[in-house]
Design a protein around this ligand. Structure first.
Ligand SMILES: Nc1nc2c(ncn2[C@@H]2O[C@H](COP(=O)(O)OP(=O)(O)OP(=O)(O)O)[C@@H](O)[C@H]2O)c(=O)[nH]1
Length: 445
């Protein structure tokens, strides 16, 4: 039983933002209410007081139903229900009602507090709609979807994602490791870096194209995009969702085109355009790693006479043979390009002048020793070589190339079938640049 209302309680009753009704359990009539109650149903005080509480809503109909509810309210400490109050305008106001029973001066009374939950119902409806959409997207969308809980490292893989990779609905354990272990080893480090950078807030989104292994062990090319969609109380990412698209066909076509555009048809070597790109990239890389970069240009000697005497087709064979031989002499980390016509360019990261000269001379010698049945009694095919090393002979791509090129012309002028070195240049005073070769780079090829 509650104590008698004191003036302070009277004020609380009047000022409460929730609608409060004082009800006679016998008649269901409202004995009193606060202003929030009047606002909630849009009625004046005289339209409410001494009217049945049943007139405010439609969930309880008739005295009989009211009596049984009144009985439940009496027996329980508090009666709670979610229903609708009827506004004067005809609109329905969703309410959450808590009713309790108490005695005052020997008389039984009900106190009902009705909270307007319009906003909450709207957001719940919105959430339900979104969840339905999400559930549709997760199971039916043509792209595969994933949902990663960062706290547990659990990952939901959508049925479509599993289908894309050739797995059944019960396969693919829902863990981050399942995904990680299927990324192509060459792609894994940078894909994981991109993902980490997004989680750490360094990238706005996670977006990567990489190879993902399917159930048969073959790799698919995928475009994977994702975003942090939930954060914990400390604003740390707690959930990331993303979408995986199978782009194998497009990527393969793209790669085939790139391959075609980067290679020379006759020799199969990388072409001049690719050479220019790689040369600049290697200059930057070697500068960053503080290692040397060797460049060698070689050109067939008196090749015009081969064409003239034996025809272009035989000349092509010679070019192809020379390219294959040179290719067989370099390391997998070196590059060989067909610079143009009968001219080739070799790039060797981490090599010093001494070793580069040895390598060039070895190739020169091996080319000279090749036998060419098509050339009948013609003498050996020979080449002239010019070598230069960055930074000793040039600090930029152009300077390095020019140095090796003029060395090659000097080799021609000095009798052909020989190796000449570029002229040393002064280092730029402001850029400290090492002279080191890669430690341990073998001199023997
Ligand atoms: N068969 C064939 N010949 C080519 C190709 N590209 C360039 N050539 C030929 O290479 C020859 C180059 O001749 P030149 O520049 O006079 O040089 P060279 O005869 O080798 O004389 P030096 O370089 O001074 O030793 C020309 O006959 C070109 O037609 C090719 O793809 N196939």
């Amino acid at each position: 039983m509650h104590a008698l209302p004191l003036p302070i309680y009277e004020t609380v009753f009047r000022e409460l933002p929730d609608a409060v009704f004082l009800i006679d359990p016998e008649t269901s009539n409202i004995l009193d209410c606060n202003d929030a109650a009047l606002t909630q149903v849009g009625l004046a005080r005289h339209e409410i007081v001494q009217h049945s509480v049943l007139s405010l809503q439609r969930d309880v109909v008739g005295v009989e139903q009211w009596s049984s509810i009144a009985q439940v309210i009496r027996e329980s400490k508090g009666y709670y229900f979610v229903g609708q109050h009827r506004h004067k305008s005809g609109a329905e106001v969703p309410v959450e009602v808590h009713t309790s029973c108490f005695m005052r001066e020997g008389r039984e009374l009900f106190l009902s507090i009705a909270r307007d939950i319009t906003q909450r119902v709207a957001s719940e409806r919105d959430l339900a709609n979104r969840e339905a959409l999400l559930s549709y997207a997760l199971t039916e969308a043509s792209d595969g979807l994933w949902d990663w809980n960062l706290a547990t490292n659990e990952v939901f893989f959508s049925p479509q994602l599993k289908r894309m990779l050739g797995y059944g609905p019960q396969e693919m354990p829902p863990q981050l490791q399942t995904w990680e272990s299927n990324i192509h080893p060459d792609d894994a480090p940078w894909v994981q870096l991109v993902l980490r950078e997004h989680v750490e807030g360094l990238r706005e989104r996670y977006d990567a194209e990489y190879r993902l292994r399917n159930r048969n062990g073959h790799y698919l090319w995928v475009h994977d995009r994702g975003r942090v969609c939930e954060r914990d109380a400390d604003r740390k990412p707690s959930r990331l969702v993303g979408m995986v698209e199978n782009i194998t066909d497009r990527k393969n076509a793209e790669l085939a085109l790139q391959e075609l555009a980067a290679h020379d048809m006759l020799t199969g070597l990388l072409n001049r355009r690719e050479c220019e790109r790689v040369l600049r990239q290697q200059i930057d890389l070697c500068r960053r790693l503080e290692i040397c970069l060797g460049l060698c240009i070689f050109d067939l000697d008196r090749f015009k006479s081969v064409n003239d005497r034996f025809g272009h087709a035989v000349g092509d064979k010679v070019l192809h043979g020379v390219a294959q031989l040179a290719k067989s002499q370099i390391r997998s980390t070196d590059y060989l390009f067909r610079w143009g016509g009968e001219e080739f360019l070799m790039l060797c990261p981490g090599i010093g002048l001494h070793d580069l000269v040895i390598l060039a001379d070895q190739i020169r010698h091996k080319i000279e020793q090749l036998s060419w049945p098509e050339l009948e009694h013609e003498g050996p095919i020979t080449c002239s070589f010019g070598v230069a090393v960055c930074p000793d002979h040039g600090h930029t791509a152009d300077a390095l190339f020019m140095s090796a090129d003029s060395a090659m012309y000097r080799a021609k002028a000095n009798g052909r079938n020989r190796v000449e070195c570029g002229a040393p240049v002064k280092p730029p005073s402001q850029v400290p640049y090492p002279r080191s070769e890669v430690p341990g780079r073998p001199m023997i090829y």
